[in-house]
Design a protein around this ligand. Structure first.
Ligand code: GLU
Ligand code: ZN
Length: 305
């Protein structure tokens, strides 16, 4: 009967589907146009996912409302396309997912407390001193913090190697919902990267010291933890991270292949001299064939203007 042959077939298919899906993401904040530093993170996560035939998602981290610049998301997406960094599916906006983060907060409620400490009072304490741990009922004008454990979080970063962090010694109880009511970066990122929807988080090394907090939140929420790879950060010639804050210029998208060649070099690759004259898609295809996470250097690179 045809159903019999059908069922054999679907069995075969389902064994392929059982293999873990590789999925990466690029998660820019819409605080300005793409610059060389963010192109590096985008390219690294793209190459990492695509070289293993995985999915690559773009997520706009737009929860920090005061920092959002209207239209920056569109500029970022256009710049990605100009560099032939095409993503799968719909772009995810964190601002569309507020009820999911709210639900996560509810699930964490046993560990949460309302912190009314002023910024000023905390200035002398790089590690939160636990002042408000007893505040278990809502208070006006308060941030929500989560109680951390006094134990080491250990993970093996695919570029930076073994990392060990005891949150009670490094940051203490940290903020999951800000005093202004906005969901904190750590919580939203943990919810969106955890649980198996993202298998590999590849991002700039400037974010490495957030990772233990995000893993901690995933564990508290019972979410699967992805693999992490933190790639070098680009520095300007004053040794500062290339960022909007330090005046990194927007990318000239008419020079897409040249831009890609520069980030590939920072990622330990050696694109041919003439690559700047290629099409972006050609250079990406060249890089895809050669991409090896273990060739990515640990050190940051300085870019000359
Ligand atoms: N949205 C964050 C940023 O632009 C990055 C988030 C992440 O990759 O975890 O710095
Ligand atoms: Zn407090």
């Amino acid at each position: 009967m045809s159903t019999a042959s059908h069922s054999t077939k679907s069995k075969k298919n389902s064994s392929t589907a059982d293999q873990p899906t590789i999925a990466g993401r690029f998660a820019p904040s819409p605080t300005g146009p793409l610059h060389l530093g963010s192109l590096l993170a985008a390219t690294a996560s793209y190459l990492d996912a695509r070289s293993r035939h995985g999915h690559w998602q773009v997520r706009i981290d737009d929860l920090d409302l005061p920092r959002n610049i209207p239209g920056a998301d569109e500029l970022i997406l256009q710049a990605l396309e100009a560099h032939a960094l095409f993503w799968d599916g719909e772009v995810v906006y964190q601002s569309d997912r507020l009820d999911i983060y709210q639900h996560a907060l509810t699930r964490l409620s046993d560990r949460l407390f309302y912190c009314t400490c002023s910024r000023r009072a905390l200035r002398a304490h790089p590690v939160y001193p636990g002042t408000c741990r007893q505040h278990r009922t809502p208070r006006p004008d308060s941030a929500l913090r989560i109680i951390v454990d006094n134990e080491s979080i250990v993970f093996s970063d695919l570029v930076m190697g073994r990392q060990v962090e005891n949150l009670s010694e490094s940051v203490g109880d940290f903020i999951v919902r800000r005093r202004d009511g906005l969901i904190a970066y750590q919580l939203a990122t943990a919810v969106d990267d955890g649980g198996g929807s993202i298998s590999h988080v590849v991002r700039g090394s400037d974010l490495l010291d957030n990772t233990a907090r995000q893993i901690f939140l995933m564990r508290c929420l019972g979410l699967a933890v992805p693999d992490y790879a933190h790639v070098p950060t680009l520095l300007n010639n004053r040794g500062q991270k290339l960022s909007k804050q330090h005046g990194a210029p927007a990318l000239d998208i008419s020079k897409a292949a040249g831009n890609l060649a520069r980030v590939l070099m920072a990622l330990g690759m050696n694109p041919p001299r003439q690559a700047a004259g290629w099409k972006a898609a050609e250079l990406l295809a060249w890089a895809l064939e050669r991409w090896q996470l273990r060739q990515v250097p640990r050190h940051n690179s300085t870019v000359q203007r």
